[in-house]
Design a protein around this ligand. Structure first.
Ligand code: NDP
Ligand code: GDP
Length: 357
């Protein structure tokens, strides 16, 4: 019989790649999807990867334990991947309580639902390198002390320790992956890599004149989401639950990451990047650099896609997306102009239509 996986946050970047991986491994994949008034767009990442039709959706919210308990009892999963979160650091200062309810308390909701409804399942918690914050060691591993620097990081730290605590208190198979930044063409556009690749595409196509960024001296250890979801899955294939750092082991400034993106389309970043204090944070994580030797040794995991290949893939995807989107909006602008003319009894001539578009 196929193994059953339940994924919260399945509509996000990692959820989509993880669903794709689990399906390719023969799993029956169930996802918790929160209701949106924008029906039909919530699964856009799953559609981009061509797996939306294969995922079994369940209406629920990580902040609502009753929905989680109902879903866990119905699905009886073998594995639970808890990826749901308010995941954007900058928003966590603007919405600290929501971040706490979702990113922190949501973890206990999911752990409780599993403990009560499917105690033999295996549990993965999406912990974050942001927990290291003001770093206490130049190279961070599983033993490095934490020093969170944002409401997001504080919330993640709570979720991390609850996962450890439920493992130790109730003997649950609960593992925590301390993942360093990982990106892809499916990253939300507010994160710096995607903001840069989307901005570069717009500048290249003549749709934008500059790219406004904050602290471009910050350094991150970046990898590809496709590589990192494989590590999540590997953790749950181990007999013994544990915590693992997942990282590339290379740290790069935002400035250098940006340079890769601009150079890929033959542009000089110095001409376009504008430093805007609006994008500085109340407290910054200046540098992150992970040591994933435990995962490499125990899980046999290693990253396959280096940063420059990742950024080039993202720029190419954004160029394609921006072209497609602008021609779609040109067509819809054209349609509305034509409709206006028709309302006024004016025939739309091909020449005029082209100009308006
Ligand atoms: P995304 O922001 O792309 O995805 C977050 C997911 O959580 C979305 O599916 C979102 O649903 C869902 N979600 C948000 N709030 C709720 C809620 N109240 N109830 C149910 N679902 C909810 O994040 P990523 O895929 O990048 O990250 C996955 C996880 O890994 C997150 O927990 C993140 O914090 C963590 N992480 C990510 C890292 C990274 O570099 N990407 C690094 C370390 C940790 P919706 O689509 O409806 O908004
Ligand atoms: P984070 O590591 O989870 O906060 O991921 P982000 O991609 O949001 O930010 C990575 C780093 O880029 C942080 O140090 C930010 O301060 C820095 N950064 C610089 N300019 C920007 C910007 O315009 N947007 C974002 N999101 N980050 C920026």
């Amino acid at each position: 019989m196929a193994k059953r996986a339940l994924v919260t946050g399945i509509t996000g970047q990692d959820g989509a790649y993880l669903a794709q991986l689990l399906l390719s491994e023969g799993y029956e994949v169930h996802g918790v999807i929160r209701r949106s008034s924008h029906r039909g767009v919530e699964d856009h990442r799953l559609r981009w990867l061509g797996v939306a039709e294969m995922v079994l959706p369940h209406d629920g919210d990580i902040a609502d334990i009753s929905s989680l308990l109902r879903i866990v009892r119905e699905v009886q999963p073998d594995e639970i991947y808890n990826l749901a979160a308010q995941s954007f650091v900058a928003s966590s200062w603007r919405q600290p309580l929501l971040t706490t309810n979702v990113t922190a308390v949501g973890v206990t909701n999911m752990l409780e639902a599993m403990r009560l409804g499917a105690p033999n399942a295996r549990f993965y918690q999406a912990s974050s390198a942001e927990m290291y914050g003001l770093i206490q060691q130049p190279l961070q591993n599983e033993k490095t002390p934490f020093y969170p620097r944002s409401p997001y990081a504080v919330a993640k730290l709570y979720g991390h320790w609850m996962t450890v605590n439920y493992r130790e208190s109730f003997g649950l198979h609960a593992s925590s992956g301390i993942l360093f930044n990982h990106e892809s063409p499916l990253r939300s556009v507010e994160f710096v890599t995607r903001k840069v690749t989307d901005g570069v595409a717009r500048i290249k196509l003549g749709l934008a004149g500059d790219l406004r960024l904050g602290n471009i001296d910050a350094k991150r250890d970046w990898g590809h989401a496709k590589d990192y979801v494989r590590a999540m899955w590997l953790m749950l294939q181990q007999e013994t639950p544990d915590d693992y750092v997942i990282a590339s082991g290379v740290t790069t400034t935002v400035r250098d990451m940006c340079r890769i993106a601009f150079e890929h389309v033959g542009l000089d970043m110095e001409k376009y990047v504008v430093i805007d204090p609006a994008f500085y944070r109340p407290a910054e994580v200046e540098v992150l650099l992970g040591d994933s030797s435990k995962a490499r040794k125990t899980l046999g995991w290693e990253p396959r896609i280096p940063l420059d290949a990742l950024i080039k893939e993202m720029v190419d995807a954004d160029l394609e997306r921006v072209v497609r989107h602008s021609s779609e909006s040109a067509v819809s602008r054209l349609k509305s102009v034509t409709a206006n003319w028709q309302d006024r009894g004016v025939a739309a001539e091909p020449e005029q239509s082209r100009q308006c578009a």
